[in-house]
Design a protein around this ligand. Structure first.
Ligand SMILES: C[S@@+](CC[C@H](N)C(=O)[O-])C[C@H]1O[C@@H](n2cnc3c(N)ncnc32)[C@H](O)[C@@H]1O
Length: 220
């Protein structure tokens, strides 16, 4: 994308919160590599490959939803989503202490009302504390089968897992469909988000958490 088209897309996605998005990109640019949060080759494509690509999943997130972002790392997709969608109640879940520290600094510097929790999605205490979310998001955390096992228990029945995936998304769906069902998920569906905004739209796999009786049937 040209610099101009990135600027237009950023305005479209972040509206009058563009300053917060710029501040986040600047933090990533200046500190992301030295703190091992992003690869050196990513610095020149932070907007299109990371920040905008993450924020557009907001198209699949209902208004006012409670969201848990599993494995936020540098803050993706949770931080761009929180900037683009101030109506959401967002928790960033991350097990690594240094990343948790970074996320707390980002929230503080951007004055973002997000909650940061240190832990792993599959931990009993994490499930007890964060379960019942409307939406669970994840990007570059694990293959779909594992992700479903970790993330669906954090969603309320009929809540959804939104997994941002790359070009192999359709193959992953085919390969992991049965495992997803065994973890209590419904049929995974693949959507493009960011169409008309990004040169290359993002791919998101949407998996609903089935209500309890349907989950039991899926286990047979
Ligand atoms: C490759 S990074 C991706 C980070 C970020 N989501 C992104 O797209 O840049 C994977 C992240 O998932 C976290 N992670 C790994 N296993 C996890 C688990 N079981 N529960 C929560 N987070 C996990 C790691 O600590 C790491 O920060």
């Amino acid at each position: 994308m040209s610099l101009d088209s990135v600027a237009v897309a950023a305005r479209t996605v972040f509206g009058d919160r563009i300053d917060q998005a710029e501040a986040y990109v600047e933090l990533l640019r200046v500190h992301g590599v030295e703190r091992g949060l992003i690869g050196p080759r990513e610095v020149d494509r932070l907007w299109e490959r990371h920040v905008l690509n993450s924020a557009v999943i907001g198209e699949r997130v209902p208004k006012g939803a409670r969201v848990v972002d599993v494995g936020s790392g540098a803050g993706l997709p949770g931080v761009p989503l929180a900037i683009a969608r101030p109506d959401l109640d967002i928790v960033l879940l991350e097990p690594m202490a240094r990343r948790v520290e970074w996320l707390a600094e980002v929230a503080d510097k951007l004055d973002l009302p997000i909650t940061i929790v240190r832990g792993r999605a599959e931990e009993r205490q994490v499930r007890a504390d964060l379960g019942g979310a409307d939406v669970v998001t994840a990007r570059a955390v694990a293959p779909l089968a594992k992700l479903a096992g970790w993330c669906l228990p954090l969603a309320r029945p009929e809540g959804i897992l939104l997994a941002l995936k790359g070009a192999s998304a359709a193959e992953e769906i085919e390969r992991d469909r049965d495992a997803v069902r065994r973890s209590g998920g419904g049929t995974p569906e693949l959507f493009e988000v960011g169409t008309g905004v990004l040169e290359v739209p993002s791919l998101v796999v949407v998996i609903p958490r089935l209500p309890a009786p349907a989950r039991r049937k899926g286990k047979k």
